[in-house]
Design a binder for this molecule. Sequence first.
Ligand code: FAD
Ligand code: NAG
Ligand code: NAG
Ligand code: NAG
Ligand code: NAG
Length: 471
Amino acid sequence: MAKSLTPIPYLFAILLLHVVSANSFAHPSLYNHFHKCLKKHTKPPSDQATISTILFAQSNVSYPSVLRNYIRNPRFNTSSTPKPSLIITPLHESHVQSTVICAKSVIPIQIKIRSGGHDYEGVSYISDEPFIILDLFNLRDVTVDAENGVTVIQASATRTLLLNREEKKNPRLPRRSLPHRRRRWPPQRRRVRQHAPARTLEQNAIDLVVQWQEVAPRVDDRLFMRLLVSPVSSATLRGQKTVRVSVVTLFLGSADELVTLLEKEFPVLGLNKKNCNELTWIQSVLWWASYNYTKPETLLDRRLNSADFLKRKSDYVQNPISRDRLEWIWKKMIELKSILFVFNPYGGRMSEISSDAMPFPHRAGDLFKIQYSVTWEEAGSVEKNYTTQAKMLYSYMTPFVSRNPRSAYLNYRDLDIGINTFGENSYEEGEVYGLKYFNDKFERLVKVKSEVDPENFFRNEQSIPVLPKKG
Ligand SMILES: Cc1cc2nc3c(=O)[nH]c(=O)nc-3n(C[C@H](O)[C@H](O)[C@H](O)COP(=O)(O)OP(=O)(O)OC[C@H]3O[C@@H](n4cnc5c(N)ncnc54)[C@H](O)[C@@H]3O)c2cc1C
Ligand SMILES: *[C@@H]1O[C@H](CO)[C@@H](O)[C@H](O)[C@H]1NC(C)=O
Ligand SMILES: *[C@@H]1O[C@H](CO)[C@@H](O)[C@H](O)[C@H]1NC(C)=O
Ligand SMILES: *[C@@H]1O[C@H](CO)[C@@H](O)[C@H](O)[C@H]1NC(C)=O
Ligand SMILES: *[C@@H]1O[C@H](CO)[C@@H](O)[C@H](O)[C@H]1NC(C)=O
């Protein structure tokens, strides 16, 4: 008995330490410090007047809602999730600059930067060290300088805001300033078509996937064909599970053209004109976002403070996966129950851009990207079950995906593939996830990082480390 009690005083000591250190950083002096410092460093002086409206201390009644509004994964919305000592919500670029100066200078404190997207792992608003959040949700302006051909889009702007401004201010602008071929920006009047037939195993879903792998990465550049694979209950075999496969497509052309093209290239799909909808580009955006056929203004709704629990992972496929292997994978998915796949074809424009032209490395040679996706609604202990499903499927997929490195997609942020503690081995730790996200571009990114931020002030669990100091 006595023995089993000994750990308790130890536990207390840890808890006390934790509380003390957390308190010292949540102290009101931090608020005062920032208030004063921002006033001093914000230029022009006209931007100083608004400083008292952009600082949210933990004691502020609005703090919880400001923090939650852009939490996009409730796994990171619990009472034990580390909270920022302060949230700063800039109204002007000058506020961003002075926040960085103040966080770096007087009390060095970590900054987490949040633009309000779909950060899967909460790295934009959580840290194990004392930190503040620089929340950019007010910075959503789009300014167009047609004369010089420069468009500035602030970090938090959405696609609809961009479209709204351009349509209202100057309807012809997209064509001139944003060449649509390069940016995939079709002019508004052009019609776009899509379809989504679904197949189960009993309906030759395997044939569909076999042919999709061959066609999707190399077909007409105007055609994007995403493939979804999910376990479902069988409609024909009572009480049995099967796998459903569906293809969701965006085509920049007419329905007739698409039907003709796919009859030739992808006959297994059996596309019918009935499966196609001819839409304007903005209506197709609404459709992709599952908003159906509502007004484009619906996209301005930022769905604040609402999200499902989720875990995502990613892989790249470089050789088509054979029929037998697909069958084996589907069986595993049925066993696991809740996890599904999204296959995104590469090829097309992606493989025309040279792999060393920019940091994004996944180019020629990648047939498609896999997103592993599991989503649930209940809080608490079920989380482990779902995240384990993701880990197991990822492990089953090892023989069928890229290796050395096993590549991953940065936007589908996944802390399982390695994190950095920024100790002595930060370079080696960084290599583990850095090579997966950036392949051989990692080395170059480390050089850039070492030059522009040698102190590693801007960092998160998977940021690029600096070169080890010599000597
Ligand atoms: C339902 C859903 C669907 C998605 N679909 C897709 C998809 O189809 N394609 C795709 O590519 N991705 C997709 N994503 C992923 C998502 O788009 C990315 O995670 C995206 O990069 C988030 O960008 P953000 O700028 O809003 O960043 P945040 O979520 O705010 O933060 C992401 C990271 O960027 C950093 N950061 C944010 N702003 C700045 C800044 N101004 N300067 C420096 N660092 C900054 C943050 O600190 C953090 O590390 C999806 C996510 C979800 C949840
Ligand atoms: C909360 O913070 C906001 C933004 O800085 C400020 O305008 C407001 O006065 C604060 N409220 C209280 C009660 O301190
Ligand atoms: C976060 O949790 C609170 C309750 O604790 C809830 O009201 C809120 O809707 C949640 N927000 C998100 C984004 O999960
Ligand atoms: C769109 O339509 C589908 C099917 O009719 C429905 O399940 C879904 O809730 C709708 N989405 C929205 C945002 O209205
Ligand atoms: C998840 O829970 C279900 C139902 O309780 C169980 O059958 C399954 O084995 C669990 N999966 C994992 C990966 O823990």
